[in-house]
Design a protein around this ligand. Structure first.
Ligand code: NDP
Length: 334
């Protein structure tokens, strides 16, 4: 079995030297265990936080152990009554080609319908999709005719947020890095407008662009980025607006993030709620039903960046933190 372990913790920016590729024998299955061959590994921004040894909502990734990560694949051997060879399953198999899942944890392996592409279960019909759904539906609670703004709009989470909000009759404005991503967000995902944040020097310039894109102000903000992008949205929030604080990727690699908005929360009587999607398992079935139906029916579209082979995972991961991905970042393992 090929695996990637965390070799060292980043000092500032993460680098490829923080990871190590190793070979390990596959253990024989014990009673109650399942052997899964991974087809795709998901690379997600939260992994960067786990690489640090700091206080967070989740424990740090231990050194010299297989990097945590979502996977989709196929059961190749099973000594568990609930699973049989050939079952397609989503789980937390980690950065490796195969995983052995224990009986107790086998409930963590979700069997999936192979009528959708397997990779969708790591994106629009998986954790990122549910994140989009939860923040939009449960926190922003959008109403038809209102304006919702989404940052990292072409990405795994942001792309779904915008499409779900359009389906609920909102005006939707995105931010993305570069003309190609912005064109995709408007032309293919159906957002009303998208701002290329790289073309603006600061939050004031961004806020002017947002005033043109969202002339009635902003009622709902789905925040994935933080920094100047978030500052700009905050400058345009309407009274009693709602903010789902999902991520602040602009600061994950140790960059300082400006924050000029706490005053706006008071002045505009805003509601700001942070959330972690894995703490809301009760909402997953409803969210996944809407997401799977949307993908099957073509109303939720998505795009993927696929790196080839496990050895490519570290560079693909570091690239995603810099916006080199275009859509959901995956690694194809088979
Ligand atoms: P994406 O597919 O959106 O990939 C990350 C994107 O972030 C990049 O493509 C890049 O897009 C953008 N980005 C990176 N750095 C910056 C920067 N400095 N300024 C502006 N944009 C930047 O990733 P996900 O959809 O998986 O995740 C999006 C966000 O959602 C992250 O913040 C993540 O942590 C959060 N999240 C939170 C969860 C929760 O439970 N709270 C669960 C899942 C995700 P571009 O080129 O457009 O800048």
């Amino acid at each position: 079995n090929q695996q990637i372990v965390l070799a060292s913790r980043p000092q500032g920016e993460a680098t490829a030297a923080n990871f190590r590729l190793v070979e390990a024998p596959l253990p024989a299955l014990a009673e109650g265990q399942v052997l899964v061959r991974h087809h795709y590994l998901s690379l997600d921004p939260y992994m960067r936080g786990r690489m640090n040894d700091s206080k967070s909502y989740a424990a740090p990734q231990p050194l010299d152990e297989v990097m945590i990560g979502g996977t989709v694949g196929e059961v190749v051997d099973s000594r568990h009554p609930g699973y049989a060879a050939g079952d397609a399953v989503v789980g937390m198999g980690g950065w490796q080609l195969y995983s052995v899942v224990d009986g107790a944890a086998a409930g963590m392996l979700r069997k999936v319908d192979t009528r959708l592409p397997l990779s969708a279960y790591l994106g629009a019909v998986g954790m990122p999709g549910v994140t989009a759904w939860y923040g939009l539906v449960r926190i922003i609670a959008p109403q038809a005719g209102k304006t919702v703004v989404v940052s990292a709009a072409s990405g795994a989470v942001g792309s779904v947020v915008g499409q779900l909000a359009k389906a609920r009759g909102c005006r939707v404005v995105g931010y993305a890095g570069g003309a190609a991503k912005c064109a995709y967000v408007v032309d293919e995902l159906g957002f009303d407008a998208c701002i290329d944040y790289r073309e603006h020097a600061d939050a004031r310039s961004l806020a002017r662009a947002l005033r043109d894109a969202a002339p009635d102000g902003v009622d709902g903000c789905f925040e994935n980025v933080g920094g100047a992008v978030m500052d700009a949205t905050m400058l345009r929030m309407n009274a009693f607006g709602r903010i789902a604080l999902c991520g602040m990727i602009a600061g994950y690699d140790g960059q300082p993030i400006p924050m000029s908005w706490p005053q706006t929360i008071l002045q505009s009587r805003l509601t700001l709620q942070g959330f972690i999607v894995s703490e809301h398992m009760g909402d997953w079935p409803e969210a996944l039903r809407e997401l799977a139906a949307g993908v099957a029916g073509g109303t939720i579209r998505y795009r993927e960046s696929v790196a080839e082979g496990l050895a490519a995972a570290p560079e693909a991961f570091l690239g995603m933190l810099k916006g080199r991905n275009f859509g959901k970042q995956l690694v194809k393992l088979i």
